[in-house]
Design a protein around this ligand. Structure first.
Ligand SMILES: [Zn+2]
Length: 741
């Protein structure tokens, strides 16, 4: 199981299995960061067998899971005071397991090296489940103190394993040996994924190159942190205070929050617009004060770019140079080539190809949007030309005029309990799953609000796993929505059933009252359930094959969102909470219409950032780069419209500079969107539509069940009979498709 901790985009204790919402904005805070390439020059591969002897037999966090359903976590026995000792013991146990592999005098084979490596770390996985609950669902200052102490220790632990030369030599021997040809394809893939995880992170290096590699990583870790801290400093350091007279156009909820934010900062009686997206965005959307809009806009888009001690330009230059040098040691031309090699896109050229194909359509749509907005401004006699600080404001006026969607009216048809039933219905139709509440008191939970369902095969009655739902907000629970697993499917060591979980932050209604949620939240609910179905349908043999591929794993969950607006769901589940009537056709049509609203703005601001990200990371030699000039020139060459900026300008582009999770990877959101749109079209065109039985079988067989045991591109081809086409995405966003009318 060790590979789980070193493979990209898989669950690690320090980067918990989690999920994105369905927009890049929510995704950025939710998605688990990819584990950094070996971060510290820690003591490489020192024997640790003696430490393993200290395992605490009686620590409940370390205990094997017992009880029904193949054993379940003892959430009723979690005590924070047991955590540090459990973590220490679990790490030691894993190092002991690794030592046993490397001490084997026999030549390395799949059976004596890869299999025990897949098995290693079981205790750390179990403790990790509890750690994840404390981190995400039940946080406290006491836990955060432990986390601050153990995050670096866990990171060092991973580094120690990946830098274990003896272990790598055995993995390499299997990878290069004659036995490979005799293995099953999924076994070969396990070996390849594990070998790559080592090789791509510097395990093949020796001597001076190895030392330089470690030094670069250490320096990069510092730079990433400094970059993030500078952005944070500029977000906290600049506040625009408004007086009572300057509140024109702002919704009451915004005014209330702004008053509280001002009071918090010692400005009683004033109103604070803080320098964050959640404050800037609604202010620019609603404020009638054009000069203030410009001021707030300039402040926000200057984060990290103010020429003071928090300026990030020099840091960017050094990060780019070091990343380039590091992949150079591994023999790659540039950072993006290294980064994309194990992504579905495979090469920077293919990512560029997609982005550049969509770009002109997005620009054309911006022209139309600006023309619509200018017409409204002219009709109002505003006497202005649309500037970037006017875009959101006039777009909102266009939205009201053209798309008139009353979110409160929509909510009346979205009851949480009914939506859950709808998801079970969809899972039954597509996956053949049946969801039944477990008998009360049979499965421990970490909070009384958590509901647990048994998942069985509708045809055979076979037990598949459990689904935990933690639906409601409370203190100590992180915001947003996410999905995770407490245990994944595997068969190499006896069949292990799945424990999947969905988490959200709905506000509990009064007893007997239905919980009504927004359209966005309903979409996110289906999205997260898509992740759960992806876990539950896994048929892989080895833990490593449950791992994700960054530009692929959001696709399955995004696709499931599409079933929310299918007829059977509308008719039986999107029903008015008082009258029981299904959502009327006009309202459904309005929701569908609104989906393409402002796509010029959204696609262009996103693509500008994604393109600049890829341009930075495909430079031949970034030494001495001036990011400010580079960004300006890149946008000029692209023909960036004057009316809007990049979604994330370089000096505050945290996705790509405060870590490596999305560096040369910001394109990935659109990549997954193309697959989603194309797969949705397959269902739309099928004889049985979204409930076509033959296509549903293919969906499960090729896109869900194999997880990462099959190359994602091959899996998609097996489902669709061809590669995904970007035209589907163009239609989805309401863009004209070349050659179509
Ligand atoms: Zn997601």
């Amino acid at each position: 199981m060790i590979a789980k901790r070193i493979l990209p985009a898989s669950a690690a204790l320090i980067a918990l299995a989690a999920c994105a919402g369905h927009t890049p904005e929510s995704a950025e805070s939710m998605q688990q960061p990819e584990p950094e390439p070996a971060a510290a020059a820690a003591a490489a591969g020192e024997p640790a067998a003696e430490e393993a002897a200290t395992v605490q037999a009686d620590n409940p966090l370390l205990a094997e899971w017992t009880g029904p359903y193949g054993g379940v976590p003892a959430f009723d026995a979690m005590e924070l005071e047991d955590l540090p000792a459990a973590l220490d013991a679990a790490m030691a146990e894993e190092l002991g397991e690794i030592d046993a592999i490397t001490a084997d005098p026999e030549p390395a084979t799949f059976e004596n090296t890869i299999v025990p490596l897949e098995r290693a770390g079981g205790a750390l996985d179990r403790v990790g489940t509890y750690y994840g609950i404390w981190s995400s669902n039940r946080s406290s200052p006491e836990f955060r103190a432990i986390q601050a102490e153990y995050a670096p220790k866990l990171s060092e632990h991973s580094t120690r394993i990946i830098q274990n030369d003896a272990l790598f030599r055995r993995v390499k021997a299997v990878y290069e040996g004659d036995e490979m040809a005799t293995l099953r394809p999924d076994q070969r893939r396990v070996v390849e994924l594990i070998y790559d995880a080592f090789a791509r992170n510097g395990a093949t290096l020796t001597g001076e190159a190895k030392a330089r590699y470690a030094a670069i990583n250490e320096r990069l870790a510092e730079l990433h942190t400094a970059f993030a801290n500078n952005v944070l400093a500029d977000e906290e350091g600049y506040v625009t205070y408004l007086t009572e007279e300057q509140l024109g156009g702002l919704p009451e909820s915004f005014v209330r929050a702004a008053a509280a934010a001002a009071a918090e900062r010692g400005h009683e009686g004033e109103y604070a617009v803080t320098n964050t997206r959640s404050s800037m965005d609604p202010f620019l959307t609603f404020s009638d004060e054009r000069e203030l809009r410009e001021q707030v806009w300039r402040t926000y888009y200057s984060r990290g770019d103010n020429g003071d001690e928090h300026d990030n330009n020099a840091i960017i230059a050094e990060i780019l140079q070091l990343r380039d040098e590091r992949v150079g040691l591994l023999g790659y031309d540039n950072y993006a080539t290294w980064r994309l090699e194990n992504r579905m896109a495979k090469t920077p050229a293919r990512a560029f190809e997609l982005m550049e194909a969509v770009w002109p359509a997005a620009l054309a749509r911006v022209d139309e949007e600006v023309a619509d907005m200018q017409a409204i401004a002219d009709a109002e006699g505003a006497g202005i030309t649309i500037e970037p600080w006017d875009y959101r404001y006039y777009a909102e006026k266009v939205r009201q005029a053209k798309y008139d969607l009353d979110s409160d009216e929509v909510k009346q048809y979205l009851q949480l309990a009914k939506l859950r039933e709808a998801m079970f219905f969809v899972a039954g139709e597509l996956f053949g799953f049946e969801f039944t509440p477990v008998p009360e008191g049979t499965v421990p939970v970490f909070h009384p609000d958590v509901e647990v369902f048994e998942v069985t095969d509708r045809e055979t009655g076979d037990h598949i796993g459990l689904w935990y739902l933690d639906a409601y907000a409370r203190t100590g629970k992180r915001s947003g929505a996410w999905a995770t697993t407490y245990r994944s499917h595997e068969t190499f060591d006896g069949k292990q059933t799945v424990l999947a979980s969905n988490n959200s932050n709905f506000i509990k209604g009064a007893p007997g009252e239905p919980v009504l949620i927004s359209w966005d939240d309903a979409t996110t609910l289906f999205h997260e359930f898509g992740h759960a179905l992806h876990y539950l349908s896994s048929n892989v043999a080895y833990p490593t094959l449950n791992g994700g591929v960054r530009d692929y794993t959001e696709f399955q969950s995004q696709l499931l969102e599409r079933w929310l607006l299918t007829d059977p769901v509308i008719d039986s589940y999107l029903v008015h909470h008082e009258t029981g009537e299904p959502m009327p056709d006009e309202l459904v049509a309005k929701i569908k219409n609104a989906a393409t609203f402002n796509q010029g703005f959204a696609t262009t601001e996103y693509l500008a950032s994604a393109l600049v990200d890829m341009k930075y990371h495909t430079l031949d030699d970034p030494t001495g780069i001036d990011p400010d000039a580079f960004e300006r020139k890149a946008l000029e060459e692209l023909g960036m419209p004057d009316e809007l900026p990049m979604r994330h300008r370089s000096p505050h582009f945290g996705h790509i500079f405060s870590g490596e999770g999305y560096s040369a990877g910001y394109y990935g959101y659109m990549w997954a969107d193309v697959l989603t749109a194309d797969a949705a079209e397959a269902f739309r065109e099928a004889p049985g539509g979204f409930y076509d039985e033959a296509l549903a079988r293919k969906l499960v067989e090729h896109l869900f069940a194999p997880r990462n045991s099959v190359d994602p591109a091959e899996a998609y081809r097996a489902f669709r009979g061809r590669d995904a086409r970007m035209e589907a995405l163009m239609r989805d966003r309401g863009f004209p498709v070349p050659g179509e009318k």
